[in-house]
Design a protein. Structure first.
Length: 344
């Protein structure tokens, strides 16, 4: 409600400025302690189990909003079922030259070219050590080499419930992603799973329909090497002259249909044996419902937080409950993969 008044003013400012203001506001701990009671939704039908965690609901925060674990207090008051911090690098990194963000308001979409800025793993560990939350926290990790990834993994894994390995960021210095060279990806994934002490998720790119075989080869590497879940998907690379580096990753409503197709294809492949976190353009309870019925165990979002504000997770959960009732599902657990399992 308050956000619908604030948003037109925020959106008059350049997207980078509005984003920095949003991060500043989410650092004000006292406000969010007071607002906490307005955002919770508790209902047994929303609960899901993932790895060893019982989540209060299946709607999480995607990686990239709280990169350095500095907003966990406020984020934990907003009704999310889980939070993903990061992506965290082993050492501090400034990211790409600004501007970093361009809005496409007609499509409720964004293009970002942050390039994984990070205050580094040591900073994040010290922030996590000071925080005690009742919401499970997962951490996305990134790097430029196998040693880089394993260094962050070893520093961070014991402080969080699970690790998401970001091999799919489109905004890095090198051309392409770690998925371009499957031999290299295999080496990376096995180095990580050999050292794992927590469940590992592999976050993949939004592969086109014609790249389905390659995507399934990546899922196969993940399964063979003992990865525990797949996060699908990261941002879609596009050119954008207004960004500092002239290109970025598209997110938000424009990518929703493709993200759902990918979740469905992966679900058919893994047959529910490992969980999928569905990400990309989820901005309503209906979007969450559709993503889960196509095979996601849980969903997460980021762009909708920027367009719809702090009440988004709560609204989505309420709408999701309404959709469950309307379609005669007793729980989210029963909904998972329903569409993919049922011939249309
Ligand atoms: C500003 C911004 C920063 C992001 N940073 C990261 C990141 O550090 N690591 C990562 O894995 N994904 C990152 N993402 C991608 C999101 O986690 C998510 O995959 C993508 O935004 C699609 O979801 P959405 O449509 O709900 O935003 C970022 C996205 C945005 C918009």
């Amino acid at each position: 409600m308050l956000y619908s008044l604030l948003r037109p003013i925020l959106f008059l400012a350049p997207a980078d400025v509005a984003h920095s203001f949003g991060l500043w506001a989410f650092r004000r701990k006292t406000i969010w302690s007071i607002l906490r009671r307005f955002y919770g939704v508790r209902d047994e039908r929303l609960e899901i189990d993932i790895f060893d965690n019982r989540l209060m609901n299946p709607i999480g925060l995607a990686a990239g909003f709280d990169k350095d674990a500095e907003l966990l207090h406020s984020m934990s008051t907003l009704g999310f079922g889980f939070l993903t911090i990061g992506s965290v690098r082993s050492l501090p990194h400034p990211g790409n030259p600004r501007p970093w963000l361009v809005r496409y308001p007609e499509q409720n979409a964004l293009v970002n070219s942050l390039g994984l800025p990070s205050k580094g793993a040591a900073h994040v560990v010290s922030n996590l050590a000071q925080t005690h939350l009742d919401v499970p926290v997962f951490c996305s990790i990134a790097g430029e080499s196998v040693d880089d990834f394993t260094a962050v993994l070893e520093k961070l894994q014991e402080h969080v419930e699970g690790i998401e390995v970001n091999v799919s960021c489109p905004n890095v210095e090198r051309d392409g992603t770690f998925e371009d060279d499957l031999v290299m990806l295999d080496i990376l994934v096995s180095a990580i799973t050999e050292k794992k002490k927590r469940p590992i998720l592999l976050k993949i790119s939004p592969f086109l329909s014609r790249e389905r075989d390659k995507m399934l080869q990546i899922v196969d590497i993940a399964k063979r090497r003992g990865v525990d879940g797949i996060t699908a998907v990261n941002a879609t690379p596009i050119p954008e002259a207004r960004l500092g580096v002239g290109r970025g990753g598209l997110t938000g409503s424009s990518v929703r249909v493709e993200a759902r197709r990918i979740v469905s294809e992966i679900y058919e492949e893994v047959q529910g044996k490992i969980p999928i976190i569905g990400i990309g353009g989820v901005s309503s309870g209906k979007d969450a419902y559709d993503m889960i019925s196509h095979g996601a165990t849980a969903v997460a979002f980021l762009t909708a937080l920027i367009y719809s504000g702090p009440g988004t997770a709560q609204i989505m959960n309420k709408e999701l409950l309404e959709m469950l009732t309307k379609n005669h599902f007793s729980s989210v657990k029963e909904l998972i993969g329903y569409h993919s399992r049922t011939p249309s």
